[in-house]
Design a protein around this ligand. Sequence first.
Ligand code: NAP
Ligand code: MG
Length: 456
Amino acid sequence: MTANTFDVLNPATEEVIQTVPLAGLADVDAAITKAAAAYQKWREVAPADRSLLLRRFATAVDRDLENLAQLEVRNAGHTIGNARWEAGNVRDVLNYYSAAPERHFGKQIPVAGGVNVTFHEPLGVVGVIVPWNFPMPIAGWGFAPALAAGNTVVLKPAEVTPLTAMRLGELALEAGLPEGVFQVIPGKGSIVGQRFVTHPAVRKVVFTGSTGVGKQIMAGCANQVKRVTLELGGKSANIIFEDADLELAAASAPASAFDNAGQDCCSRSRILVQRSVYDRFLELLEPAVLGITVGDPADAATTMGPLISAQQRSTVASFVPDGAPVAFQGKAPEGPGFWFPPTVLTPNLNAPSFTDEIFGPVVAVVPFDDEAGAIRIANNTEYGLSGSIWTSTVDRALRVARAVESGNLSVNSHSSVRYSTPFGGFKQSGLGRELGPDALDSFTETKNVFISTAPN
Ligand code: NAP
Ligand code: MG
């Protein structure tokens, strides 16, 4: 039974590329029932065999990498270089966690009168809710460790970007994962996503998206004390001190704010520059921003594609009204497509463009006077996802990195997501950590078993 359908658009052309059936409530319930049945068998698959199946899944993704990347270019407007990286990230995350089934050790704890051991037991069915900004990586960060830990997965892609997730679902079956272990269910958040929250057989929800919806999901999960991981918004600071390599800081700032057209929860969308080098920094930033090539994302020479939708473009545009303090602005194509030019603002500290997540190619630059002032501005937000610190002084780099309330910081670089290191937010940017060695713990429960050795 299918409730209705959704016309998936190419955001660079506004053309319909595919019409996708949307799951109704009965479809979701059937998928969850199937996942619950599959769980009973999946958790019993020998660790080495579960590892092998995940490695085969990774190989299937690798063989399909170019197809997946081209699909993402059409469906999400990602540049082809980024889209290839994203498909490769799914492969790498699967390979990383494929080692886990044989290595997720419990403990043997010394106690009197017996032997005490702990087990990491899988949870059951895990529901993964994915946003439209990084459809492939964010899906993989949820399903790969969940499957490795012995859970089965139902995954809801964002309504506007379902195509790569649907293909990943097919690849899992081609790789030999049993039916029902990993199912992709395109549909509305209010139906499919909400059912993950309310269905008692779904034991955990992994959600990435807006802080508003994340709060509703957390509140809903409280009813069943359902486990939840949240990856929400950000308004991250890129802090540039006067002793930094200013040329490098300016050259790298545009990509850190405008990659994926700024539709990135880790976007360094607030640039804080020490007052003594503020003017010089802006001089260096201007050519770097004007050098961004906005256009056809399938063209390898393009460095920025369109926004995801007309709605997203009008939200972004609302932060740049007539009379906005625009320092400089790049160019974007005219005509069809949800284009917006890379834009640099110099607002005051309480302007919405400085306080709110924009999720588009708009960055705000402000001056600060000293280290304490930089930290105060950086932390004056409910968000705390990522950030960067540019300085040539090692003690300052460490002091500031410890003082900024954020889950992922980089010094003299902008890297923040590596599959082997933990990723997640402070404050209202999220709850829990994905990736890295510890993510498995959030897909399992610790069980303690004591075995008496007393003679009887
Ligand atoms: P969103 O509404 O939070 O959507 C994220 C996912 O949650 C989508 O799959 C969505 O489904 C689903 N969803 C929506 N309402 C739901 C509900 N009541 N119960 C369960 N699932 C639900 O995000 P958005 O509207 O796409 O984007 C809005 C803003 O969120 C952005 O402008 C940005 O600020 C932020 N955002 C942050 C991230 C991040 O990585 N942290 C990612 C995307 C967006 P549908 O597709 O059907 O709506
Ligand atoms: Mg929404």
